[in-house]
Design a binder for this molecule. Structure first.
Ligand SMILES: NC(=O)c1ccc[n+]([C@@H]2O[C@H](COP(=O)([O-])OP(=O)(O)OC[C@H]3O[C@@H](n4cnc5c(N)ncnc54)[C@H](O)[C@@H]3O)[C@@H](O)[C@H]2O)c1
Length: 461
């Protein structure tokens, strides 16, 4: 396992939600490798080197502490680390393009391309370059052209190793992945490079879970996995709308459906909608690629997954306004949760952003509470500065409120003393459960008017 002569050097460019945790786990599991994570964002790097890490993930702090300073390093120094590295993972952001051709759909590859050019510039020897970011299928071809157009006679072998971790469970997912996928070219150097990456994960992942494929399949598998996950959420959410019209209960429908082994019971929770930096971006990217290849029907099919998500967020907001007598102006509304899911402070594409903005446009008084995401919420709602309150204690947030909207499935929200909360609220009091985590009958018995997602509402009028 350990190299007899020298420690292998791994570098990762991009110390974000993927690069940071992934490299921390590699370093912790592979003491025989030296792992350096480089980012251009100085404050992010400073935070990675401090006691207050730039992102929250259960178990991350312990993992970082285990390896930091031993064989895990965070720095802004690119050139010398590129020069010294044997293997370079690239985990920079690939957001949706906001300008020019493909704006609003295509992946913006400028950060990736800048990185590739930097690698060429600073390298003095052959290297393996690993696509860790989620990229459009066939990006490796473009990257190879840029990398191998050097005049130094250096060979860069591009390998795809997409990351399947989910935020909130990143460390558990990395330690015990469903699979690790490595795509490479079917050439001698491609197979050798693939073997080098397999060796890293083989330190802690069992052999049958490390799968290899051609490079295009690996690139496309990541986009497709995210598209299928998001599609399941949109499918159950579309049925939740029908449940609300027919007195069917989405949890009962999901349970009955999910017991069919062909369907499975995971990812069948109706909610206010999916968020996160990846699902929407990756589906839109898939749509763009399909359109590029003239597959109009396929593109339209996947686009509808995003459409249903937007519809679900809008439907949630509309229900709030409609049942609160068609006006929320001047009404205090407590948003329980702002992160796009529990156990993360990440608010990128969180449904809470949409709901908060729409309520603010209706002149509601919005109070945001979240155990991890208040700093990000402040940035997301910066244009509404002064009109929003940020409160860390949910009971305080609900004081004097007309309504509570549960937007993130933080466990602690299910355990609050709602009898006490009810006493402090304006009556009639409303609860909109966008995650179906509360005890709706009990809340109704306490006096609340309860509006779950995809279930009959429980009202007192
Ligand atoms: N967040 C997730 O849950 C997740 C999961 C799987 C895959 N992915 C994919 O992984 C990639 C990274 O996602 P993320 O969430 O970690 O993004 P992020 O925005 O959190 O991190 C990206 C980092 O790259 C840095 N960066 C950008 N250009 C750079 C450059 N030229 N040199 C050095 N650093 C540079 C940025 O400063 C930033 O810190 C994306 O392609 C994403 O689709 C994300």
């Amino acid at each position: 396992m350990s190299s007899p002569n020298r420690q292998k050097k791994i570098m990762c460019i991009g110390a974000g939600y993927v690069g940071g945790p992934t490299m921390a786990v590699i370093a912790a599991q592979c003491p025989d490798y030296r792992v350096t994570v480089v980012d251009i964002n100085e404050s992010r790097v400073r935070a990675w080197n401090s006691e207050s890490l730039p992102i929250y993930e259960p178990g991350l702090h312990e993992t970082v502490k285990k390896a930091r300073g031993r064989n895990l390093f965070f720095t802004t120094e690119l050139d010398s680390n590129i020069r010294d590295a044997d293997i370079i993972f690239v985990s920079v952001n690939t957001p949706t393009k906001t300008f020019g051709e493909g704006a609003g759909k295509a992946a913006d590859l400028q950060y990736w391309e800048q990185t590739a050019r930097k690698i060429v510039e600073a390298s003095e020897s052959d290297k393996i370059v690993v696509e860790k970011s989620t990229l459009p299928v066939r990006t490796a071809r473009a990257m190879e052209r840029i990398l191998n157009a050097n005049e130094k006679g250096i060979h860069f072998e591009v390998v795809s190793n997409p990351e399947f971790l989910a935020e909130g469970t990143a460390i558990a997912d990395l330690l015990n992945p469903d699979r690790v996928l490595i795509g490479s070219h079917d050439t001698d150097s491609g197979r050798r490079a693939c073997g080098e990456i397999v060796d890293i994960f083989a330190h802690w992942v069992s052999e049958e879970k490390i799968i290899t494929s051609n490079i295009w399949s690996a690139e496309l598998s990541k986009l497709t996995a995210n598209a299928f996950l998001a599609q399941r959420i949109s499918s159950i959410n579309s049925i939740s709308a029908l449940c609300e019209k027919t007195e069917a209960d989405i949890s009962q429908v999901a349970c009955a459906m999910g017991m069919d082994k062909r369907i499975g019971n995971k990812f069948l929770k109706a909610s206010v909608g999916f968020g996160g930096s990846c699902f929407k971006k990756d589906i839109l990217n898939l749509v763009y690629i399909c359109e590029h290849y003239g597959l109009v029907e396929v593109a339209r099919y996947w686009r509808s997954v995003v459409d249903i998500n937007e519809y679900q967020e809008h439907r949630f907001f509309q229900t709030m306004v409609r049942v609160m007598f068609n006006t929320v102006a001047g009404k205090r509304i407590a948003l329980f949760g702002f992160a796009f899911k529990a156990d993360t402070g990440d608010t990128r594409e969180s449904p809470a952003i949409y709901i908060a903005r729409r309520l603010l446009e209706e002149n509601a008084v919005v109070v945001v509470t979240d155990p991890r995401a208040l700093d990000n919420a402040r940035k997301d709602l910066a244009p509404y500065n002064g009109a929003v309150e940020y409160v860390s204690d949910p009971c305080t947030a609900a004081k004097g409120a007309h309504a509570i909207a549960v937007l993130t499935e933080w466990e602690e929200y299910a355990r609050l003393d709602y009898a006490k909360i009810y006493q402090t609220m304006v009556h009639p009091s409303f609860i909109f459960d966008g995650r179906n985590i509360l005890d709706h009958r009990r809340l109704h018995a306490l006096g609340f008017n309860v509006f779950p997602t995809g279930k009959p509402s429980l009202k007192h009028f």
